[in-house]
Design a protein around this ligand. Structure first.
Ligand SMILES: NC(=O)c1ccc[n+]([C@@H]2O[C@H](COP(=O)([O-])OP(=O)(O)OC[C@H]3O[C@@H](n4cnc5c(N)ncnc54)[C@H](O)[C@@H]3O)[C@@H](O)[C@H]2O)c1
Length: 364
């Protein structure tokens, strides 16, 4: 990802929590991009980040969108602002790379993908963890036949919620969040990268408690009204034939002993690492064996490489080839999450309309 000839000018809008790792990686790890400027609704945040990274300017959003040296804008604003800020970026004629989810509403996600095509610019989206060493190695192992034909799988993100540690956890229980919208993108993107797109699904979702009590400072004791389901599960049927059970929960107070993702094949089982990370461990058990074997990582980017998807998008722009963490993949994942909730409400199977290609693997 670092060998392209010309550097692509990049800007960032949104200088909150996650921006630090993007600034670090886009100024040091990925040499095919040049981070030119940052902007935020709160100018002091942009200024503080620019001061930390010499050569990066702090601009207003309008100035950044008008800067001709910038061709890709990374949108790191809050999910509820993804659609508005994304539209402005695309309308300015710049390519967009947005943190997860693509948008909160499915119609907004569809519009962003349409608008990018209309403007003849690129659209990409997080997570790019599937481009890391862990999932890329699993992708190759499956392609190389280690587990035979993938038959099924399981994916679990089970915890007791975030009100015990997060300083301001109310948003986890409001529309646009809940365990599936918050963490689903990592799991569903990884599963699509490993098994290809989902064809249809059956969902189940429930709100186990009407309220949650904040246990962390500074809002300790405050009551949060729960507005979204907090235990959300589904059976996903993939176009290629596999069937995967996924469960995401903020109501598993005793924790879990499940691994994040397992894929079951005709010749063996693969334990896939946490899709919210870039590295391992990967474990494999061959049909008939009683032992799990830890397998080595065969690709680079095992450390926190957020920005890898931006770099890949820039390579695609310069070399005129597709990028991997693209809008179609992010829209597919967004529709799966909405589909799970819709199926849970209606009791009916949901058929996916926005399919995508299984993203190409990286070269090892
Ligand atoms: N924090 C994490 O650990 C984490 C991890 C992975 C992904 N993400 C994703 O990254 C994104 C940002 O999360 P965060 O935790 O950094 O949020 P944050 O609230 O810390 O930061 C968001 C920033 O965006 C700015 N902003 C909001 N609306 C804006 C607008 N219309 N124009 C310009 N600036 C605007 C805010 O002022 C703030 O500085 C979200 O999409 C989130 O899902 C966060």
């Amino acid at each position: 990802m670092g060998s392209a000839i010309s550097k692509t000018g990049v800007g960032i809008i949104g200088c909150g929590n996650i921006s630090g790792i993007y600034l670090k990686n886009l100024t040091s790890v990925f040499s095919n991009v040049e981070l030119k400027a940052v902007a935020d609704l709160d100018p002091s945040r942009a200024k503080a980040k620019a001061e930390e990274f010499p050569g990066v300017k702090a601009l207003t959003v309008e100035q950044l969108l008008a800067d001709p040296s910038i061709s890709v804008v990374v949108n790191l604003t809050i999910p509820l602002a993804h659609a508005t800020v994304g539209r402005a970026i695309l309308k300015a004629g710049k390519s967009l790379y947005v943190e997860k989810p693509l948008a909160v509403e499915l119609a907004d996600g569809e519009e962003l993908v349409r608008l990018a095509a209309e403007k003849k610019v690129r659209i990409g989206a997080a997570p790019d963890t599937f481009l890391g060493a862990g999932i890329q190695t699993c992708r190759k192992l499956i392609e190389d036949g280690w587990i035979g034909t993938p038959i099924g799988g399981s994916a679990f993100m089970l915890c007791g919620g975030h009100e015990g540690w997060h300083p301001d956890p109310a948003f986890y229980y409001k529309p646009g969040a809940g365990p599936m919208f918050d963490m689903g993108p990592y799991y569903l993107t990884a599963l699509t990268a490993l098994l290809g797109p989902v064809k249809s699904l059956m969902g189940s979702a429930k709100k186990s408690f009407a309220t949650r009590t904040i246990g962390s400072q500074p809002k300790k004791g405050e009551i949060v009204t729960v507005e979204v389901p907090t235990h959300v599960s589904a059976i996903l049927e993939f176009e290629a034939g596999a069937s995967v059970t996924i469960s995401t929960s903020f109501d598993a107070f005793g924790g879990t002993s499940h691994v994040p993702i397992e894929i079951y094949g005709s010749e063996g089982t693969l334990q896939v690492p946490d899709p919210n990370t870039f590295g391992g461990p990967i474990r494999f058990r061959k049909k008939g064996s009683k032992e799990w074997t830890e397998l080595p990582l065969l690709f680079g980017y095992a450390e926190n490489s957020r920005g890898l998807g931006v770099s890949d998008l820039a390579t695609g722009l310069v070399e005129g080839k597709p990028h991997r963490a693209d809008g179609a993949l992010a829209l597919h994942v967004l529709e799966i999450m909405h589909g799970i909730h819709r199926s849970a409400e209606s009791g009916a199977r949901y058929t996916i309309k926005n399919s995508c290609h299984k993203p190409e693997g990286l070269l090892s």
